[in-house]
Design a protein around this ligand. Structure first.
Ligand code: SF4
Length: 343
């Protein structure tokens, strides 16, 4: 009988959960996730982290603590790089160490090191050493890895097709069993209308939302930004819904290559939203104390000030942010867009 691997529902869960789930399940293990983020989860994370940590890292700690007693292992990969010549925010590299240092009585950590910055050799070594914890068969590990990559490709297609992670997981039959898709159903998503171009054609407000998935798709952290905008009749296109080719092309306009993978995608998405005429407004949601995003935000603000044709707003979230304040800002932002569009 297999063991139970826990995956915290925070940080890169939103990018990679289907891949990780398929990998461990193909190796005969059971996968569980922590529940949705709540005040108690955030408070538990705040209690064990330093004040200077960004909110998503604090939230991650809370999710790891929530998995205590529910699994044999908790999967916290040491993510160094997910592509050639680029890196992930340093917080991800130190995550397993931070968790070991800050959290007591948690399951054993699987801290596979993912580093694709130079070659795939080191990455495949990590895949095999992780798989060998559960099977002695290299062939089975390779087959599980291939199935996992296929699941990730399907998931990415769904996201680029306009679904949120929860909606994509629901379509793939992978939504964690104990909760509903957090941002409404897939039907609700598609009822916003056949994509942003169709929504624009139908006279609806379309907003480009730039932000890390672990901020904008976490209803508690983002104060329900997606649901709130949809309730106002806005069609939302997130940075993840843009094909990588588009964000790469746009980010290349910046004079210096941004070597943080996620930051580069956000920058490219922001440039696209501000320059392409594909949206009526661009909203940047970021975490307080995030180094990479303070640079991205500054560059986007300058681009917006230079062009002056697409309204742009920044919302910064931290553990003290209140939903009422966010709602007021969203209403004001949508109101500005609506006024601008009046003939
Ligand atoms: S990119 Fe920013 S928000 Fe994300 S983990 Fe790093 S510091 Fe935190």
């Amino acid at each position: 009988m297999g063991e139970v691997v826990g995956i915290p529902r925070a940080l890169l869960y939103y990018h990679y959960y289907p891949m990780w789930k398929v990998f461990f399940e193909s190796l005969g293990q059971t996968v569980v996730t922590s529940g949705p983020t709540t005040r108690a989860v955030v408070d538990a994370g705040i209690k064990v982290t330093v004040d200077e940590a960004c909110l998503p890292v604090k939230v991650f700690h809370g999710h790891v603590l929530a998995l205590a007693g529910k699994c044999d292992y908790v999967f916290i990969p040491r993510l160094v790089s997910v592509e050639r010549r680029a890196f992930i925010c340093p917080k991800f590299m130190g995550l397993p160490d931070m968790i070991r240092c800050n959290c007591r009585d948690i399951p054993r950590i699987i801290d596979s090191c993912i580093n694709l910055s130079r070659t795939t050799r080191e990455y495949m070594r990590a895949v095999y050493s992780t798989g060998r914890m559960f099977t002695g068969s290299a062939l089975r590990i390779l087959a599980s890895h291939n199935r996992a990559r296929t699941a990730l490709a399907r998931y990415t297609r769904h996201i680029e097709g306009g679904l949120t992670p929860d909606e994509a997981m629901a379509v793939m039959g992978m939504a964690p069993s104990f909760d509903e898709p957090a941002h409404g159903t897939v039907a609700a998503a598609s009822s916003s209308g056949g994509g942003p171009a169709a929504a624009m054609g139908a006279g609806r407000v379309v907003v480009g939302l730039v932000g890390h998935p672990y901020i904008i798709y976490d209803p508690f952290v983002s104060m329900n930004v997606l649901r709130r905008l949809r309730e106002m009749g806005v069609t939302v296109v997130t940075s993840d819904m843009l094909p990588a080719a588009v964000t790469e092309r746009e980010a290349a306009r910046f004079p210096k290559r941004v070597f943080w993978t996620l930051g580069r995608r956000l920058l490219g998405a922001g440039f696209h939203f501000l320059r392409s005429g594909a949206v009526h407004g661009c909203l940047h949601m970021r975490a307080f104390a995030c180094g990479p995003e303070s640079l991205i935000g500054e560059v986007l603000e300058r681009e917006c000030a230079r062009r002056r044709d697409v309204p742009f707003a920044t919302i910064t979230v931290d553990e003290h942010t209140g939903e009422a304040g966010i709602l007021t800002r969203l209403e004001a932002f949508v109101d500005v867009i609506a006024r601008r569009r009046k003939p």
